[in-house]
Ligand binder design. Sequence first.
Ligand code: ZN
Ligand code: FE
Ligand code: FE
Ligand code: FE
Length: 159
Amino acid sequence: MKTLADAFEHTLKDIYYAENAITKALPKVIKKVSHKQLKEGLKEHLEETKDQIKKLDEVFKSLGKKPSGEKCDAIEGLIKETDSVLEEAEGDEALHAAVIGCCQAIEHYEIARYGTLREWADVLGKNKAHDLLTEILDQEKAANSKLTHMAVSSVNEAA
Ligand code: ZN
Ligand code: FE
Ligand code: FE
Ligand code: FE
């Protein structure tokens, strides 16, 4: 990795891998939670995530590159933690609070990545990529806010 363009491409592959991993991991979480609002919210975000992968395909295309992923150890770790919460949490209430915590860790990771990527795109003069990455960033921020709202409005109290 020598230039900012290299770092940009590497990080793009990293988040592409992460979004694909999230798409595979979410159905298991959705199946396990019974909290209606949380279940619905996660289902919605799963669909949104699939759409984000399409947006990333477009980003790669705008750069004249083929979409591809590169193993992201961070998301592997965050998903592993989520899996153990699903196994270890006892009682629905505690599970829901813990799952929201795990999902927020993932959203924060994504927010960090997309925040960096869209600024790099800007500096590199990749306007189309900048706009698409900003769209995804806004979706991640909204998903995170929804989770915060669910946690503080009912789930934490119940747990
Ligand atoms: Zn990496
Ligand atoms: Fe995402
Ligand atoms: Fe990563
Ligand atoms: Fe997300």
